[in-house]
Design a binder for this molecule. Sequence first.
Ligand code: NAG
Ligand code: NAG
Ligand code: NAG
Ligand code: NAG
Length: 396
Amino acid sequence: MPSSLHRRRLLLLVVAAAALRGAPLADAGADTCKAWLVQSIPTDMPHLSRIPGVLSTGDVLQWLSGNATKSLDILAQYWQFLPQPNNPKSGDYGFSESDMRRFGADEGRRVYKALENAADRKIKIRIVQHSGFAPDFDQESADLAAGRPNVENATVLFEDWWGSGVVHAKVWISDKKDVYIGSANNDWKSLTQVKELGIYFAGCPQIAKTVEVYFQNLWTLSTLNSTFYTKQAWDTQWQVSRKVPCWSHFLQPKERCRSPIPLSVDIPYVDGYPALANPEMIDVSFETPGYKKPTQEHYLSYLSFAPPEVTFGRFQADEQGWVDTIKSVKLGGIVRMNTMDWLGQSQYATQTVYWSSLSSAISEVVFSKNATVRLLVAYWAHLIPNTEKYLKSLLY
Ligand SMILES: *[C@@H]1O[C@H](CO)[C@@H](O)[C@H](O)[C@H]1NC(C)=O
Ligand SMILES: *[C@@H]1O[C@H](CO)[C@@H](O)[C@H](O)[C@H]1NC(C)=O
Ligand SMILES: *[C@@H]1O[C@H](CO)[C@@H](O)[C@H](O)[C@H]1NC(C)=O
Ligand SMILES: *[C@@H]1O[C@H](CO)[C@@H](O)[C@H](O)[C@H]1NC(C)=O
Protein backbone atom coordinates (compact mmCIF):
# COMPACT_ATOMS: atom_id res chain seq x y z
CA MET A 1 0.00 0.00 0.00
CA PRO A 2 1.51 3.35 -0.94
CA SER A 3 0.28 4.89 2.28
CA SER A 4 2.43 2.56 4.30
CA LEU A 5 5.51 4.34 3.06
CA HIS A 6 4.55 7.16 5.32
CA ARG A 7 4.56 5.04 8.39
CA ARG A 8 8.28 4.89 8.70
CA ARG A 9 9.64 7.26 11.22
CA LEU A 10 12.59 8.60 13.03
CA LEU A 11 10.69 9.29 16.18
CA LEU A 12 8.53 6.53 17.48
CA LEU A 13 5.15 8.01 17.98
CA VAL A 14 3.34 4.91 18.94
CA VAL A 15 1.42 5.07 22.15
CA ALA A 16 1.90 1.72 23.79
CA ALA A 17 0.42 0.18 26.89
CA ALA A 18 2.67 -2.15 28.79
CA ALA A 19 1.19 -4.30 31.49
CA LEU A 20 3.71 -4.76 34.23
CA ARG A 21 2.60 -6.88 37.08
CA GLY A 22 -0.67 -8.67 37.56
CA ALA A 23 -2.25 -9.52 40.87
CA PRO A 24 -5.86 -10.48 41.49
CA LEU A 25 -7.59 -7.94 43.67
CA ALA A 26 -10.51 -8.71 45.89
CA ASP A 27 -12.39 -5.44 45.61
CA ALA A 28 -12.06 -5.06 41.83
CA GLY A 29 -15.30 -3.94 40.29
CA ALA A 30 -16.12 -0.33 40.94
CA ASP A 31 -13.91 1.20 38.23
CA THR A 32 -13.71 -1.87 36.09
CA CYS A 33 -12.75 -0.98 32.61
CA LYS A 34 -13.16 -3.28 29.64
CA ALA A 35 -10.36 -3.94 27.21
CA TRP A 36 -10.41 -5.76 23.88
CA LEU A 37 -7.75 -6.37 21.27
CA VAL A 38 -8.71 -4.95 17.87
CA GLN A 39 -7.52 -6.23 14.50
CA SER A 40 -7.68 -5.50 10.81
CA ILE A 41 -7.09 -8.39 8.41
CA PRO A 42 -6.98 -7.91 4.64
CA THR A 43 -9.99 -9.20 2.72
CA ASP A 44 -9.08 -12.05 0.35
CA MET A 45 -7.01 -13.77 3.03
CA PRO A 46 -9.39 -16.54 4.14
CA HIS A 47 -6.51 -18.53 5.67
CA LEU A 48 -5.78 -15.64 8.03
CA SER A 49 -9.04 -14.90 9.78
CA ARG A 50 -9.63 -12.58 12.67
CA ILE A 51 -9.05 -14.25 16.02
CA PRO A 52 -12.33 -15.02 17.85
CA GLY A 53 -12.99 -12.47 20.57
CA VAL A 54 -10.84 -9.85 18.88
CA LEU A 55 -12.82 -6.90 17.53
CA SER A 56 -12.58 -5.35 14.09
CA THR A 57 -11.01 -1.90 13.72
CA GLY A 58 -13.82 -0.64 11.47
CA ASP A 59 -16.46 -1.58 14.06
CA VAL A 60 -14.59 0.01 16.94
CA LEU A 61 -14.01 3.33 15.14
CA GLN A 62 -17.71 3.47 14.27
CA TRP A 63 -18.67 2.75 17.89
CA LEU A 64 -16.39 5.50 19.21
CA SER A 65 -18.18 8.01 16.98
CA GLY A 66 -21.59 6.42 17.50
CA ASN A 67 -21.38 6.38 21.29
CA ALA A 68 -19.96 9.89 21.68
CA THR A 69 -22.38 12.22 23.42
CA LYS A 70 -19.99 15.07 24.24
CA SER A 71 -16.48 14.86 22.83
CA LEU A 72 -14.28 13.03 20.39
CA ASP A 73 -10.52 13.67 20.24
CA ILE A 74 -8.56 12.16 17.38
CA LEU A 75 -4.82 11.88 16.69
CA ALA A 76 -4.13 10.98 13.08
CA GLN A 77 -1.21 10.80 10.75
CA TYR A 78 -3.32 11.32 7.63
CA TRP A 79 -6.83 10.87 6.19
CA GLN A 80 -8.06 8.62 3.41
CA PHE A 81 -11.25 6.98 4.62
CA LEU A 82 -12.96 7.66 1.29
CA PRO A 83 -11.64 5.63 -1.65
CA GLN A 84 -10.76 7.56 -4.82
CA PRO A 85 -10.55 5.12 -7.73
CA ASN A 86 -11.14 7.95 -10.18
CA ASN A 87 -8.38 10.24 -8.95
CA PRO A 88 -5.19 9.69 -11.03
CA LYS A 89 -3.10 10.90 -8.09
CA SER A 90 -4.53 8.32 -5.69
CA GLY A 91 -3.14 4.84 -5.08
CA ASP A 92 -6.74 3.68 -5.59
CA TYR A 93 -6.66 4.86 -9.21
CA GLY A 94 -7.38 2.28 -11.88
CA PHE A 95 -9.40 -0.06 -9.70
CA SER A 96 -13.08 -0.46 -10.49
CA GLU A 97 -15.93 0.15 -8.05
CA SER A 98 -16.38 -3.59 -7.77
CA ASP A 99 -12.67 -4.01 -6.95
CA MET A 100 -13.14 -1.37 -4.27
CA ARG A 101 -16.07 -3.27 -2.81
CA ARG A 102 -14.05 -6.50 -2.83
CA PHE A 103 -11.19 -4.68 -1.06
CA GLY A 104 -13.66 -3.56 1.60
CA ALA A 105 -13.43 0.17 0.85
CA ASP A 106 -17.05 0.63 1.96
CA GLU A 107 -15.90 0.15 5.55
CA GLY A 108 -13.92 3.40 5.21
CA ARG A 109 -17.04 5.16 3.96
CA ARG A 110 -18.99 3.84 6.97
CA VAL A 111 -16.40 5.06 9.47
CA TYR A 112 -16.30 8.48 7.83
CA LYS A 113 -20.11 8.63 7.82
CA ALA A 114 -20.18 7.82 11.54
CA LEU A 115 -17.77 10.70 12.13
CA GLU A 116 -19.95 13.04 10.06
CA ASN A 117 -22.97 11.96 12.06
CA ALA A 118 -21.15 12.72 15.32
CA ALA A 119 -20.17 16.12 13.90
CA ASP A 120 -23.81 16.76 12.96
CA ARG A 121 -24.93 15.77 16.48
CA LYS A 122 -22.77 18.71 17.63
CA ILE A 123 -20.25 16.50 19.41
CA LYS A 124 -17.15 18.57 20.17
CA ILE A 125 -14.58 17.01 17.85
CA ARG A 126 -10.89 17.94 18.02
CA ILE A 127 -8.37 16.59 15.53
CA VAL A 128 -4.59 16.78 15.76
CA GLN A 129 -2.87 15.52 12.64
CA HIS A 130 0.27 15.49 10.56
CA SER A 131 -0.09 17.33 7.25
CA GLY A 132 -1.37 14.24 5.45
CA PHE A 133 -0.23 12.97 2.09
CA ALA A 134 -1.03 13.30 -1.59
CA PRO A 135 -3.47 13.35 -3.20
CA ASP A 136 -5.68 14.66 -0.47
CA PHE A 137 -3.54 15.74 2.45
CA ASP A 138 -5.97 16.69 5.21
CA GLN A 139 -9.01 17.30 3.02
CA GLU A 140 -11.26 14.86 4.90
CA SER A 141 -10.65 16.46 8.29
CA ALA A 142 -10.99 19.93 6.73
CA ASP A 143 -14.33 18.82 5.25
CA LEU A 144 -15.46 17.67 8.70
CA ALA A 145 -14.48 21.05 10.16
CA ALA A 146 -15.90 23.18 7.35
CA GLY A 147 -18.92 25.14 8.54
CA ARG A 148 -19.04 23.29 11.87
CA PRO A 149 -17.83 25.31 14.86
CA ASN A 150 -17.97 22.15 16.99
CA VAL A 151 -15.17 20.55 14.90
CA GLU A 152 -11.62 21.85 15.33
CA ASN A 153 -8.69 20.65 13.26
CA ALA A 154 -5.01 21.29 13.99
CA THR A 155 -1.79 20.26 12.29
CA VAL A 156 1.49 19.66 14.14
CA LEU A 157 4.58 19.35 11.98
CA PHE A 158 7.19 17.49 13.99
CA GLU A 159 9.89 18.55 11.55
CA ASP A 160 9.36 22.12 12.77
CA TRP A 161 10.01 20.97 16.33
CA TRP A 162 12.43 18.04 16.03
CA GLY A 163 13.87 18.43 12.54
CA SER A 164 12.03 15.35 11.28
CA GLY A 165 9.31 12.90 12.27
CA VAL A 166 5.52 12.85 12.13
CA VAL A 167 2.50 12.53 14.38
CA HIS A 168 2.38 8.77 14.20
CA ALA A 169 0.03 7.92 17.07
CA LYS A 170 -3.42 6.75 16.05
CA VAL A 171 -5.74 7.50 18.92
CA TRP A 172 -9.48 8.09 19.32
CA ILE A 173 -10.87 9.23 22.67
CA SER A 174 -14.66 9.35 23.02
CA ASP A 175 -16.38 11.16 25.90
CA LYS A 176 -13.15 10.98 27.92
CA LYS A 177 -13.79 7.32 28.71
CA ASP A 178 -13.68 5.10 25.61
CA VAL A 179 -10.36 4.88 23.76
CA TYR A 180 -8.80 3.27 20.69
CA ILE A 181 -5.01 3.10 20.58
CA GLY A 182 -3.42 1.13 17.78
CA SER A 183 -1.65 1.01 14.48
CA ALA A 184 -4.63 1.72 12.17
CA ASN A 185 -4.52 4.94 10.19
CA ASN A 186 -7.60 6.93 9.24
CA ASP A 187 -7.49 5.15 5.90
CA TRP A 188 -9.96 2.65 4.42
CA LYS A 189 -6.99 0.38 3.69
CA SER A 190 -6.14 0.26 7.41
CA LEU A 191 -9.58 -1.24 7.99
CA THR A 192 -9.63 -3.93 5.31
CA GLN A 193 -6.27 -4.17 3.47
CA VAL A 194 -3.48 -3.81 6.03
CA LYS A 195 -2.84 -5.93 9.09
CA GLU A 196 -3.34 -3.66 12.07
CA LEU A 197 -3.48 -4.24 15.80
CA GLY A 198 -4.82 -2.07 18.56
CA ILE A 199 -6.63 -1.99 21.85
CA TYR A 200 -10.14 -0.72 22.62
CA PHE A 201 -10.86 0.47 26.14
CA ALA A 202 -14.53 0.96 27.04
CA GLY A 203 -15.54 2.75 30.21
CA CYS A 204 -11.96 3.64 31.17
CA PRO A 205 -11.80 7.27 32.30
CA GLN A 206 -8.42 6.78 33.99
CA ILE A 207 -6.79 5.57 30.77
CA ALA A 208 -8.57 8.26 28.76
CA LYS A 209 -7.34 10.95 31.10
CA THR A 210 -3.70 9.99 30.63
CA VAL A 211 -3.97 9.78 26.84
CA GLU A 212 -5.86 13.08 26.90
CA VAL A 213 -2.86 14.81 28.51
CA TYR A 214 -0.72 13.70 25.58
CA PHE A 215 -3.39 14.86 23.14
CA GLN A 216 -3.62 18.19 24.88
CA ASN A 217 0.15 18.69 24.72
CA LEU A 218 0.21 18.13 20.97
CA TRP A 219 -2.77 20.49 20.72
CA THR A 220 -0.74 23.11 22.58
CA LEU A 221 2.21 22.63 20.22
CA SER A 222 -0.13 23.26 17.29
CA THR A 223 -0.94 26.71 18.71
CA LEU A 224 2.72 27.78 19.07
CA ASN A 225 5.18 29.09 16.53
CA SER A 226 8.07 26.62 16.75
CA THR A 227 10.55 29.30 15.62
CA PHE A 228 10.43 30.80 19.10
CA TYR A 229 10.50 27.48 20.97
CA THR A 230 13.24 25.42 19.33
CA LYS A 231 17.02 25.26 19.71
CA GLN A 232 19.92 23.28 18.33
CA ALA A 233 21.31 20.80 20.85
CA TRP A 234 24.38 18.59 20.79
CA ASP A 235 23.19 15.06 21.48
CA THR A 236 26.10 13.38 23.22
CA GLN A 237 24.59 9.91 22.88
CA TRP A 238 24.00 10.10 19.14
CA GLN A 239 26.88 12.48 18.41
CA VAL A 240 24.75 14.73 16.26
CA SER A 241 23.37 18.21 16.43
CA ARG A 242 19.58 18.16 16.68
CA LYS A 243 16.74 20.63 16.61
CA VAL A 244 14.71 20.22 19.81
CA PRO A 245 12.02 22.07 21.77
CA CYS A 246 13.78 24.57 24.01
CA TRP A 247 12.69 22.78 27.20
CA SER A 248 14.41 19.56 26.10
CA HIS A 249 16.84 17.76 28.38
CA PHE A 250 19.16 17.56 25.42
CA LEU A 251 19.95 21.18 26.30
CA GLN A 252 22.07 22.18 29.28
CA PRO A 253 19.82 23.23 32.19
CA LYS A 254 20.68 26.91 31.89
CA GLU A 255 19.96 26.94 28.15
CA ARG A 256 16.50 25.52 28.64
CA CYS A 257 13.34 27.60 28.41
CA ARG A 258 10.34 27.29 30.62
CA SER A 259 8.07 24.76 28.99
CA PRO A 260 4.78 25.99 27.56
CA ILE A 261 3.41 22.52 28.18
CA PRO A 262 2.26 21.94 31.74
CA LEU A 263 4.38 19.67 33.92
CA SER A 264 6.88 18.97 31.22
CA VAL A 265 9.87 19.62 33.39
CA ASP A 266 11.41 16.28 33.96
CA ILE A 267 12.90 13.14 33.02
CA PRO A 268 11.57 10.71 30.43
CA TYR A 269 14.04 8.18 29.20
CA VAL A 270 15.45 7.65 25.78
CA ASP A 271 19.09 7.08 24.97
CA GLY A 272 20.82 10.18 26.21
CA TYR A 273 17.90 11.20 28.40
CA PRO A 274 17.73 10.63 32.16
CA ALA A 275 15.95 7.42 33.13
CA LEU A 276 12.51 7.44 34.68
CA ALA A 277 12.53 4.90 37.47
CA ASN A 278 8.92 5.30 38.52
CA PRO A 279 6.60 6.12 35.66
CA GLU A 280 3.13 7.12 36.73
CA MET A 281 1.23 3.87 37.19
CA ILE A 282 -2.39 3.47 36.32
CA ASP A 283 -4.21 1.41 38.88
CA VAL A 284 -7.19 -0.04 37.02
CA SER A 285 -9.05 -3.28 37.10
CA PHE A 286 -9.47 -4.64 33.57
CA GLU A 287 -12.13 -6.95 32.25
CA THR A 288 -11.23 -8.76 29.04
CA PRO A 289 -14.56 -9.94 27.62
CA GLY A 290 -13.08 -11.00 24.26
CA TYR A 291 -10.57 -13.39 25.75
CA LYS A 292 -11.65 -17.03 25.65
CA LYS A 293 -11.45 -17.23 29.40
CA PRO A 294 -12.78 -13.79 30.30
CA THR A 295 -10.71 -12.39 33.09
CA GLN A 296 -11.17 -9.67 35.55
CA GLU A 297 -7.79 -8.79 36.83
CA HIS A 298 -6.07 -6.01 38.56
CA TYR A 299 -3.01 -4.72 36.79
CA LEU A 300 -0.60 -1.98 37.45
CA SER A 301 0.23 -0.60 34.07
CA TYR A 302 1.56 2.49 32.41
CA LEU A 303 1.15 4.26 29.12
CA SER A 304 4.22 5.30 27.19
CA PHE A 305 4.54 8.16 24.71
CA ALA A 306 7.06 9.86 22.46
CA PRO A 307 8.90 12.09 21.88
CA PRO A 308 10.19 12.65 25.42
CA GLU A 309 9.74 16.42 25.35
CA VAL A 310 5.95 15.97 25.43
CA THR A 311 5.78 13.29 28.09
CA PHE A 312 6.51 15.60 31.00
CA GLY A 313 8.34 13.32 33.38
CA ARG A 314 5.34 11.48 34.74
CA PHE A 315 4.91 9.24 31.76
CA GLN A 316 7.32 6.74 30.35
CA ALA A 317 8.87 7.21 26.91
CA ASP A 318 8.09 4.61 24.23
CA GLU A 319 11.67 3.45 23.93
CA GLN A 320 11.83 2.59 27.61
CA GLY A 321 8.34 1.03 27.43
CA TRP A 322 9.59 -1.39 24.80
CA VAL A 323 12.81 -2.13 26.65
CA ASP A 324 10.80 -2.77 29.85
CA THR A 325 8.47 -5.09 27.93
CA ILE A 326 11.38 -7.12 26.52
CA LYS A 327 13.07 -7.28 29.90
CA SER A 328 9.88 -8.37 31.67
CA VAL A 329 10.29 -11.87 30.16
CA LYS A 330 10.58 -14.68 32.69
CA LEU A 331 13.59 -17.02 32.95
CA GLY A 332 13.40 -19.28 29.90
CA GLY A 333 10.34 -17.41 28.65
CA ILE A 334 9.43 -16.14 25.18
CA VAL A 335 9.37 -12.58 23.85
CA ARG A 336 7.31 -12.15 20.69
CA MET A 337 7.66 -8.98 18.65
CA ASN A 338 5.74 -8.08 15.52
CA THR A 339 6.84 -5.05 13.55
CA MET A 340 6.67 -3.46 10.14
CA ASP A 341 10.25 -2.17 10.18
CA TRP A 342 13.29 -3.33 12.11
CA LEU A 343 16.22 -1.01 11.97
CA GLY A 344 19.02 -0.28 14.40
CA GLN A 345 19.55 3.16 12.93
CA SER A 346 17.70 6.33 12.13
CA GLN A 347 15.83 6.56 8.87
CA TYR A 348 15.32 10.26 8.27
CA ALA A 349 17.99 12.14 10.20
CA THR A 350 20.48 14.02 8.03
CA GLN A 351 23.30 12.20 9.77
CA THR A 352 22.60 8.51 10.23
CA VAL A 353 22.34 7.59 13.89
CA TYR A 354 23.03 4.14 15.33
CA TRP A 355 20.20 3.02 17.63
CA SER A 356 20.86 -0.09 19.66
CA SER A 357 18.39 -0.04 22.57
CA LEU A 358 16.08 -2.79 21.38
CA SER A 359 18.79 -5.11 20.08
CA SER A 360 20.74 -4.65 23.32
CA ALA A 361 17.65 -5.50 25.36
CA ILE A 362 17.16 -8.64 23.25
CA SER A 363 20.77 -9.73 23.75
CA GLU A 364 20.44 -9.14 27.48
CA VAL A 365 17.41 -11.41 27.91
CA VAL A 366 18.85 -14.06 25.59
CA PHE A 367 22.07 -14.17 27.62
CA SER A 368 20.90 -13.58 31.15
CA LYS A 369 17.46 -15.20 31.08
CA ASN A 370 17.87 -17.88 28.42
CA ALA A 371 14.87 -16.30 26.77
CA THR A 372 13.61 -17.18 23.31
CA VAL A 373 12.93 -14.13 21.14
CA ARG A 374 10.62 -14.43 18.15
CA LEU A 375 10.72 -11.47 15.83
CA LEU A 376 8.21 -11.14 12.99
CA VAL A 377 9.27 -8.38 10.58
CA ALA A 378 7.27 -7.37 7.51
CA TYR A 379 8.84 -8.17 4.14
CA TRP A 380 7.15 -5.67 1.88
CA ALA A 381 7.54 -3.24 -1.00
CA HIS A 382 9.24 -0.61 1.15
CA LEU A 383 11.53 -2.92 3.11
CA ILE A 384 14.47 -0.86 4.33
CA PRO A 385 17.65 -2.33 2.81
CA ASN A 386 19.62 -2.53 6.07
CA THR A 387 16.91 -4.58 7.82
CA GLU A 388 18.62 -7.89 7.09
CA LYS A 389 21.96 -6.69 8.41
CA TYR A 390 20.40 -5.75 11.74
CA LEU A 391 18.41 -8.97 11.98
CA LYS A 392 21.53 -11.04 11.32
CA SER A 393 23.42 -9.11 13.98
CA LEU A 394 20.92 -10.47 16.51
CA LEU A 395 21.90 -14.04 15.63
CA TYR A 396 25.57 -14.01 16.51
C1 NAG B 1 -21.32 1.63 21.60
O1 NAG B 1 -20.24 0.73 21.95
C2 NAG B 1 -20.61 -0.63 22.12
C3 NAG B 1 -19.37 -1.44 22.48
O2 NAG B 1 -18.59 -0.81 23.45
C4 NAG B 1 -21.23 -1.18 20.84
O3 NAG B 1 -21.69 -2.48 21.06
C5 NAG B 1 -22.38 -0.27 20.39
O4 NAG B 1 -22.84 -0.72 19.13
C6 NAG B 1 -21.90 1.17 20.28
N1 NAG B 1 -23.05 2.03 19.92
C7 NAG B 1 -23.06 2.79 18.82
C8 NAG B 1 -24.29 3.63 18.64
O5 NAG B 1 -22.15 2.82 18.02
C1 NAG C 1 -9.35 23.07 9.09
O1 NAG C 1 -10.57 23.09 8.41
C2 NAG C 1 -10.83 24.32 7.78
C3 NAG C 1 -12.27 24.25 7.26
O2 NAG C 1 -12.38 23.30 6.24
C4 NAG C 1 -9.80 24.58 6.71
O3 NAG C 1 -10.04 25.81 6.07
C5 NAG C 1 -8.42 24.58 7.34
O4 NAG C 1 -7.42 24.68 6.34
C6 NAG C 1 -8.19 23.33 8.15
N1 NAG C 1 -6.96 23.48 8.90
C7 NAG C 1 -6.08 22.49 9.06
C8 NAG C 1 -4.91 22.81 9.90
O5 NAG C 1 -6.23 21.40 8.55
C1 NAG D 1 6.70 32.19 13.08
O1 NAG D 1 7.50 33.30 13.35
C2 NAG D 1 8.42 33.62 12.30
C3 NAG D 1 9.34 34.71 12.78
O2 NAG D 1 8.63 35.82 13.24
C4 NAG D 1 7.62 34.02 11.07
O3 NAG D 1 8.52 34.31 9.99
C5 NAG D 1 6.70 32.87 10.67
O4 NAG D 1 5.88 33.25 9.60
C6 NAG D 1 5.84 32.45 11.85
N1 NAG D 1 5.13 31.23 11.48
C7 NAG D 1 3.83 31.09 11.64
C8 NAG D 1 3.26 29.78 11.23
O5 NAG D 1 3.13 31.96 12.13
C1 NAG E 1 17.59 -22.69 27.82
O1 NAG E 1 16.32 -22.92 27.22
C2 NAG E 1 16.27 -24.06 26.40
C3 NAG E 1 14.87 -24.10 25.79
O2 NAG E 1 14.57 -22.93 25.15
C4 NAG E 1 16.58 -25.31 27.19
O3 NAG E 1 16.59 -26.43 26.32
C5 NAG E 1 17.91 -25.15 27.86
O4 NAG E 1 18.15 -26.26 28.73
C6 NAG E 1 17.97 -23.87 28.68
N1 NAG E 1 19.30 -23.69 29.19
C7 NAG E 1 19.52 -23.33 30.46
C8 NAG E 1 20.95 -23.14 30.81
O5 NAG E 1 18.61 -23.17 31.26
